[in-house]
Design a binder for this molecule. Structure first.
Ligand code: HEC
Length: 278
């Protein structure tokens, strides 16, 4: 742990906030994607959906060979089975979603004008359960919720991200998420940007740091370290802990707002979930 903090402090010293937060989401988006295009001119935009593998050819080659027999197949198949298994009332998940849940994951998160909140796939899956007389899943980081989310995202694999920020509440969530992303926190005083913007593509303890662009598009992801699928919030929690900041609860307002910001920055990139990460 001591070694890690020395390394992080060294990385921190190199940090220059090269992308400053701008006034409107459209301007932010242009600056954000433009920054990475300029910094890594040979990386196609769509490749960022594959996280760190966009930025390092060696890591990418290893990953591609793992993806030939993806370790998440079993859980994805289970997600599919759960998706099609009728609830006690005879309905299935498809009944809760527009278009039966097909080709809609690229528009998440969205603003629900009825409940006045940002809604994620995980939340909609649990609401669907409640509406049909089933108990909601309690663990929001792994297990059935991750399997079902992975399955629903697989029904929109390759679709380009496009989320709607037009509701005032959604715009506010975006702004909160942006603030969260750029704010320094934890004993190490790092922001998300310190690692995933300023130091993207560099090594940290044998891992290539992914670019913030494309983040989330491979999640839920099978983590070799965990041995199963984990949700995006589980990853957020891990990154908060890395800088010794207290993590928030999965599906908390903070993480949902962060997901809004990160997903908006991914506009025009393809969904590639589920995926594999070390
Ligand atoms: C101390 C450096 C550090 C900080 C600060 C940090 N992360 Fe990470 N993050 C990592 C490492 C290391 C990984 C695993 C390698 C990779 O994919 O970047 C990772 C992975 C991720 C991933 C998975 C990317 C993918 O597609 O595989 C996401 C999403 C992510 N971080 C989001 C965040 C967010 C949001 C914040 C701010 C709350 C944050 N990180 C702060 C180090 C950091």
């Amino acid at each position: 742990m001591k070694k890690l903090s020395v390394l992080l402090v060294a990385l921190g010293a190199m940090c220059v906030a090269s992308v400053t937060a701008q006034a409107s989401p459209q301007t932010d988006l242009k600056a954000f994607q433009g920054y990475f295009k300029k910094r890594f001119p040979n990386v196609p935009l769509a490749a960022y959906a594959n996280g760190a593998y966009a930025l390092n050819a060696n890591a990418r080659a290893q990953w591609q060979s793992i993806m030939m027999f993806p370790p998440y197949e079993f859980e994805l198949a289970n997600g599919k089975k759960l998706w099609h298994t009728p609830f006690k009332d005879g309905k299935t998940y498809a009944s809760c979603f527009r278009n039966g849940g097909v080709d809609i994951a690229q528009h998440y998160p969205y603003w629900d004008s009825g409940t006045h909140e940002v809604r994620t796939i995980e939340m909609d899956i649990n609401s669907c359960r409640k509406r049909n007389g089933e108990a909601p899943y309690k663990d929001l980081t792994q297990g059935p919720i991750a399997e079902l989310t992975a399955y629903m995202k697989s029904l929109a694999r390759g679709k380009l991200v496009s989320i709607n920020l037009s509701a005032p509440g959604m715009l506010k969530a975006y702004e909160n998420g942006r603030r969260f992303f750029w704010a320094r926190r934890g004993q190490l005083n790092f922001s998300c940007a310190s690692c995933h913007v300023d130091n993207a593509g560099k090594f940290i303890r044998g891992n290539v740091l992914s670019a913030a662009l494309g983040q989330g598009l491979g999640f839920p992801a099978y983590r070799a370290k965990a041995g199963h699928l984990v949700t995006l919030d589980k990853r957020y929690m891990g990154c908060n802990k890395k800088v010794r900041a207290a993590p928030f609860k999965p599906q908390s307002v903070e993480y949902r707002d962060l997901e809004v910001y990160e997903t908006y920055m991914d506009t025009g990139l393809p969904l590639e979930a589920p995926s594999y990460r070390p």
